[in-house]
Design a protein around this ligand. Structure first.
Ligand code: AMP
Length: 219
């Protein structure tokens, strides 16, 4: 089963992609995580991406397509993947179609997670993640069970994203609605789009996604 998760920043797409990937044994391909890793490693791609990402803008389609095509070609992805944060432009969607056709693969479903802007801003303002395993938390909505200890790996180091500040978030929302939201009718026209209500709590959204992708679970 090959899925795309779409939703504005703060919709919970990364958190849900992790849960669904674990439940269905899929590889999660987060372009945002890959780019943050490139920045940390100080690679040429990371160097080019840093200031663009901090400002809330998108990196070039060439960079995004290159990092995804490299990963999609790996054997782990042949048994199924979730694209989290890609494609983000119609041009990227077109490149993805070509990439998959060449490999005899296809996208089974595109999961859109819908959340109101007000809630997105509140969610982004308080979020942080485990520096060791990437597990996502929130100051208000999803604290670790033991104060300052990751529930998943026991790590004690946490990070907050450089682009989770008010100015960058405003740009990220604008760029999402301008450049990425037009992909929804594109996938809807192919009968691949399912939309879930991302305003509910984390477990409930996971449940909704599972029932929305039901029928593709054995692919
Ligand atoms: P995310 O972690 O998905 O919120 O992505 C964080 C940032 O990485 C975005 O705001 C963009 O600057 C960049 N990024 C991630 N994926 C893409 C993509 N497919 N195309 C362009 N930029 C991307």
């Amino acid at each position: 089963m090959n899925l795309i998760f779409m939703g504005p920043p703060g919709s919970g797409k990364g958190t849900q992609a992790k849960r669904i990937a674990a439940a269905y044994n899929l590889v999660q391909l987060s372009t945002g995580d890959m780019l943050r890793q490139a920045i940390e490693e100080g690679t040429e791609v990371g160097r080019q991406a840093k200031s663009v990402m901090d400002a809330g803008e998108y990196v070039s389609d060439d960079i995004a397509v290159a990092i995804v095509s490299e990963k999609i070609a790996t054997p782990e992805c042949s048994s199924g993947f979730i694209l989290d944060g890609f494609p983000r432009t119609l041009n990227q969607a077109d490149s993805l179609d070509k990439m998959l056709t060449a490999k005899g693969m296809e996208i089974d479903q595109v999961v859109e997670i819908r959340v109101d802007d007000e809630k997105l801003i509140a969610r982004i303002a308080g979020r942080f993640s485990c520096s060791d395993c990437g597990a996502a938390y929130h100051d208000q909505f999803n604290r670790p069970k033991r104060e300052k200890v990751c529930d998943i790996c026991g790590g004690i180091r946490f990070t907050r994203r450089d682009d989770d500040n008010a100015e960058a978030v405003a740009v990220r929302l604008e760029v999402y609605y301008g450049q990425t939201a037009p992909l929804l009718p594109y996938y809807d026209a192919q009968n691949r789009l399912v939309s879930v209500d991302g305003m509910m709590d984390i477990d409930e959204v996971t449940k909704q996604i599972k029932s929305a992708i039901n029928g593709h679970g054995d692919d």
